[in-house]
Design a protein around this ligand. Structure first.
Ligand code: AHR
Length: 516
């Protein structure tokens, strides 16, 4: 008898708690095509290729491999990279660039010097350089973005590299490019003034004033050589010890405000403590740091007569915490992070943050393209797509046009650092009648039944649904097995102001259709 009562009591408690929990797990997303944030720049879907580990050598470039073409480019990697719709590719570093002398990487390959790469403690053969990089960009159909050496480099080197790439004919370096078999200028539009120059780990690291002065002189010479180029200043990346990243950005913006078009920021996040919910919220730092820099840009612009804007370029972002430390950081297999489902959701969180700030963030580059903290992973004979590949590919192939400021009413959770983090992380893109709704359900084990409401006009017709998910948040992909990938779900037929969708736990869902 007592046993029976206890049994019923238990059933009641379980039933009641499930009911109350799932009762809370509802949300609303209101979409209003009049609430525009800004144009989504195609360069939000950029990537990065550094001379580091097996990103270039053994990743992009593997001459002699049966998998490579006549240029030595791995065909399987190129095909996978095309699936990411890489709109802009940053090169050659990263930390590597702060001791890179571009003249080492041009001309006959057998005459190019091998150098010590002090950034990643290895040998740099220089068999891949400017001409090979541009050829790769043309094959991939992407915009090249070069970083100049502001560490051990000189003003002359920076200016001459622009001349080599962008001046048609006449001066020495333009003629040198022609002599090397490239009669037409490369017209490289995007150039960054060094990399992470605030970091003590950078070769030739400077304080903000020294960097500001040096970068200003480089910027002048580079723009005078090729007036249409866009310049990106190295913003803050040093959050260690008593470094003051905001002060760095303020000083640098003040020096460079008349010459730069972007200031670059970097963010890597990780899940060291295995705190899933805090990790899921970590891309929110993008929004926090962007809004601080946005104010600083406004302040700097208020002191100049220029009428054109300065934007934010998050030109390095990713999950990176496992393949760190001395054992991982050096040599040919450096930074070979293996990604799981939770990482793929965090990448979707980054992309949502970029889209929600599309008015000011006009470039973002996942670091990096192949093998090194990368969506594409190779062996000598094979390759696979890491979990993060699928999130990036979904956004890069669908979310264009104008970012809309959706109203999201979602249940929330608290972490040690942040209060009221919504379980649903949402961004919306709208392009010529097509709406793309990107939703991460951060909840670990509950789906969220969500009413999607159209404020202007109505949802009209068939809506495609794509989902990135997997059996478990720790599931990884590997050679021959990609359990975490995009699956197309049954389309939804909608004709009206609203519909309901159940977003499954630990998932990214992209819903795409027409508004009339
Ligand atoms: O992407 C790996 C490294 O991270 C880059 O070389 C550097 O810029 C950053 O610290």
């Amino acid at each position: 008898m007592t046993k029976n009562i206890l049994y019923f009591l238990l059933i009641f408690i379980i039933g009641f708690s499930t009911m109350t929990r799932s009762k809370d797990m509802t949300a609303r997303i209101k979409i209003d095509t009049d609430r525009k944030i800004g144009k989504i720049d195609k360069n939000l879907y950029g990537n990065f290729a550094e001379h580091l580990g097996r990103c270039i050598y053994g990743g992009i470039y593997d001459p002699g491999s049966k998998l490579s073409d006549e240029n030595g480019f791995r065909k399987d990697v190129l095909k996978a990279a095309k699936g990411l719709n890489v709109t802009i590719l940053r090169y050659p570093g990263g930390n590597f660039v702060s001791d890179y002398h571009w003249l080492d990487g041009i001309g006959p390959k057998d005459q190019r010097p091998t150098r010590l790469d002090l950034a990643w403690k290895t040998l740099e053969p220089n068999t891949f350089g400017t001409d090979e990089f541009i050829a790769y960009c043309r094959k991939l159909g992407t915009e090249p973005y070069l970083a100049v050496n502001m560490g051990t480099g000189t003003l002359d080197e920076a200016k001459n590299w622009v001349e080599y790439c962008n001046v048609k004919e006449g001066p020495y370096y333009a003629e040198l490019r022609k002599k090397n078999g490239h009669p037409e200028p490369y017209n490289v539009k995007y150039w960054s003034l060094g990399n992470e120059m605030d970091g003590f780990w950078q070769m030739g690291h400077k304080d903000a004033v020294d960097y500001g002065k040096f970068a200003l002189e480089a910027a002048k010479l580079m723009k005078w050589t090729s007036p249409d180029i866009k310049l990106i200043a190295a913003g803050s990346s040093n959050f260690y010890g008593d470094a003051d990243p905001h002060k760095w950005n303020r000083i640098v913006l003040n020096y460079l405000k008349d010459y730069i078009d972007y200031i670059s920021l970097h963010l890597y996040v990780g899940n060291r403590d295995n705190d899933y919910y805090a990790f899921m919220a970590s891309p929110l730092e993008i929004e926090e740091r962007t809004s601080i820099v946005e104010g600083q840009i406004e302040e700097a612009l208020s002191k100049t007569r220029r009428k054109t804007p300065i934007y934010v370029a998050w030109d390095e972002y990713n999950v990176w915490y496992r393949a760190r430390g001395a054992g991982f950081n050096t040599g040919r297999n450096a930074l070979e992070e293996k990604y799981n489902l939770e990482d793929a959701l965090v990448i979707a969180g980054f992309l949502n943050a970029f889209i929600r700030n599309a008015h000011i963030i006009k470039m973002a580059n996942m670091a990096q393209l192949v093998n090194v903290i990368a969506p594409i992973f190779t062996s000598k004979t094979d390759m696979f797509r890491q979990t993060i590949y699928y999130s990036l590919a979904l956004y890069a192939n669908n979310s264009f046009g104008t970012a809309l400021d959706a109203f999201v009413d979602s249940p929330t959770y608290d972490t040690k650092k942040r209060k009221q983090v919504p379980y649903l992380d949402v961004s919306v893109a709208y392009d010529d009648g097509t709406v793309v709704i990107n939703v991460v359900n951060r909840h670990l084990d509950q789906s969220i039944s969500t009413r999607l409401i159209c404020q202007q006009g109505k949802f009209d017709g068939e809506f495609s649904v794509y989902e990135v998910n997997g059996p478990d948040i720790k599931t990884e992909n590997t050679f021959g097995s990609e359990p975490v990938r995009t699956k197309e779900k049954p389309a939804i037929k909608v004709n009206g102001k609203s519909f309901t969708y159940e977003f499954p736990p630990h998932s990214l869902t992209v819903i795409k259709g027409k508004i009339k």
